[in-house]
Write a protein of this length. Structure first.
Length: 363
């Protein structure tokens, strides 16, 4: 029970793991929120952004049977599919987003027929008391930060299973550029996402750097307002190529294969535990990642290159463009990180956990 086929973190995690379960021969059913909940708009500085959207048609194993209360003001769940369909394990991701009161009403019936597992995405203690009323067979945390936050709430049932990475999938840069109609000889810096105007501060340093390198900023976004602001800011001296779309994972990887570097910016939220599902999704492409100095990336170690301020961004991009030691260390570390966190390995850890849980007494 999770978000699915969307651009958000819980959906990214669920898809990386569950698609591997299918490859392993397991049968899954996904319960997700109604398509009418999308796009989910997020207001920042008085401007509404389509923060989360559906990116592909649903598979046959997907049943949409609830609304997300915080998005729609509707706390509604159709429990019939959950109660009618047979399954051995009931896995819930990002519980705080779901219609918890309605789910609580049928949770005893679910527990009578299946083992129950919660995957925690919450980075701080939820305010809704319903969050604390469930009795889980196991609770999954991504790392020790989440364990420290929730271990007193879920004593003796927490397991640590890291967030998965997309499987290693490197591509041919020249071929990807030809397929996408991009110039083969230029250095390409990729940025993507809805809040694309967050990248306005990188335009001046990229413009400066374009005096030393034939440089293109590749923008992949469906946020036309943000795109226009970027284009206006880059009128002087920076080549910008825009692709107006919300890319599927497959298309995103083609853009990554075509690029010299992916630039990611996230604002730190020092009072929360946070993780960048997007980073885990993209690391497997082989495209180096330069990120802002944010706690969203604290768990990635040397697999990414951090920057703080314009001068450091220019220096780190130069490291990449000139294939300096820092760049080579990042590529090697990223490959090792992806191998250790591959979706295949993580999916197997979940199956091992499910099989280790006690057999239901009423089975």
């Amino acid at each position: 029970m999770t978000l699915w086929n969307t651009t958000g973190g819980p959906s990214i995690h669920a898809e990386l793991v569950a698609r591997e379960w299918i490859k392993m021969g397991h049968r899954i059913t996904v319960f997700s929120n109604y398509a009418s909940d999308f796009p989910h708009m997020w207001k920042v500085d008085g401007v509404s952004y389509p923060y989360e959207v559906l990116i592909r048609e649903d598979e046959r194993f997907v049943t949409r049977n609830f609304h997300i209360p915080s998005w729609t003001s509707l706390s509604q769940l159709d429990p019939d599919p959950i109660l009618r369909i047979g399954f051995d394990v009931f896995v819930v991701e990002a519980l705080e987003k779901l219609p918890m009161r309605e789910l609580l009403g049928v949770f005893p019936q679910i527990k009578r027929k299946a083992k129950t597992v919660l995957i925690v995405h919450e980075g701080k203690m939820p305010s809704d008391p319903d969050f604390y009323r469930f009795s889980w067979d196991s609770v999954i945390c991504f790392d020790q930060r989440y364990v420290n936050l929730f271990e007193s709430l879920f004593p003796n049932i927490i397991q640590t299973i890291p967030h998965p990475c997309h499987l290693q999938s490197k591509g041919n840069k020249d071929a990807a550029r030809r397929n996408l109609g991009l110039e083969v000889e230029r250095k390409i810096v990729l940025i993507f996402g809805f809040r694309i105007e967050d990248y306005l501060p990188i335009v001046p340093p990229l413009s400066d750097l374009s005096r030393d390198f034939p440089l293109t900023l590749l923008v992949v976004s469906s946020n036309d307002r943000g795109i226009q602001r970027l284009l206006k800011a880059s009128k002087e001296g920076l080549d910008v190529v825009v692709r107006r779309e919300t890319a599927t994972v497959e298309k995103l990887y083609e853009y990554l294969h075509a690029s010299d570097v992916l630039c990611m910016w996230k604002r730190s939220v020092p009072n929360d535990i946070v993780i960048s599902s997007t980073a885990y999704l993209t690391l497997g492409s082989g495209c180096p990642m330069i990120v802002s100095d944010s706690n969203y990336f604290d768990d990635l170690g040397d697999a990414i290159i951090r920057y703080s301020g314009s001068e450091e961004l220019k220096a780190r991009l130069t490291d990449v463009f000139e294939v300096r030691p820092r760049f080579r260390r990042c590529i090697e570390a990223a490959e090792e990180f992806v191998k250790g966190h591959s979706a295949e390995i993580i999916a197997r850890k979940y199956i091992d956990l499910f099989e280790s849980l006690p057999v239901l007494r009423n089975a």
